[in-house]
Design a protein around this ligand. Structure first.
Ligand SMILES: Cc1cc2nc3c(=O)[nH]c(=O)nc-3n(C[C@H](O)[C@H](O)[C@H](O)COP(=O)(O)O)c2cc1C
Length: 181
């Protein structure tokens, strides 16, 4: 069974990540979810745990119950592919700057063998901010793969670029990669 590592950050598009987790699990992939503290403000880990059948990882510093493992390393080692969906301006900036100060950014920092697909989701003004665009450009040059945002009516009411790619398109991209492995 192929392993998908799903990193979820604090955007209103988190509900679409739940759909993504559901569809990937039903398609036969093992999905391990890691969430930021902000993502938990939108949807609880219980949603992802129930949809994937796996424990959801949120905190860096946890006492082990049964199986002592350094999770930010073991999760990365296990992954065949990593998806950051939705990806906030913040996580894109943190990855670009080499910051590892929570479970999501640390897992990503420790991942060296599997491709990382980033699905940006943010307000148009944030998306076109030159710093965000520079971070996307820099990360693309380093081999990070971006699944492009769409133009849409955004949750804030604005219409423009920044909406997360459709779940369908994300799944197609990931399956194309996994089937070609
Ligand atoms: C209602 C609401 C919606 C938000 N949606 C987004 C979003 O779509 N994209 C984004 O980059 N930030 C969004 N934010 C701001 C992030 O949650 C904030 O920058 C946070 O620090 C991100 O943390 P994380 O990257 O660790 O998850 C939103 C905040 C709120 C309150």
């Amino acid at each position: 069974m192929k392993n998908v590592l799903l990193c979820v950050t604090g955007s209103i598009a988190v509900y679409k990540a739940a759909e993504l987790a559901n569809r990937l699990t039903k398609a036969g992939y093992n999905v391990d979810t890691v969430m930021t503290r902000s993502a938990e403000e939108f949807v609880t880990p219980l949603t992802f745990q129930t949809l994937t059948g796996n424990k959801v990882h949120t905190a860096m510093f946890e006492l082990y119950d049964i199986d002592p493992q350094v999770e930010h390393i073991s999760l990365g080692k296990k992954a065949d592919v990593c998806i950051v969906a939705p990806a906030t301006a913040n996580i894109i900036g943190k990855i670009a700057a080499g910051i590892a100060d929570d479970m999501v950014s640390t897992v990503i920092m420790a991942l060296d063998h599997a491709p990382i697909y980033i699905c940006p989701a943010m307000n148009t003004k944030m998306y076109i901010n030159p710093i965000v665009q520079k971070n996307i450009k820099d990360l693309s040059a380093l081999g990070y793969r971006f699944i492009e945002s769409r133009e849409s009516r955004l949750a804030c009411g604005d219409v423009g670029i920044g909406a997360m790619a459709n779940v369908e398109d994300i799944i197609n991209t990931i399956e194309t990669y996994l089937q070609g492995m």
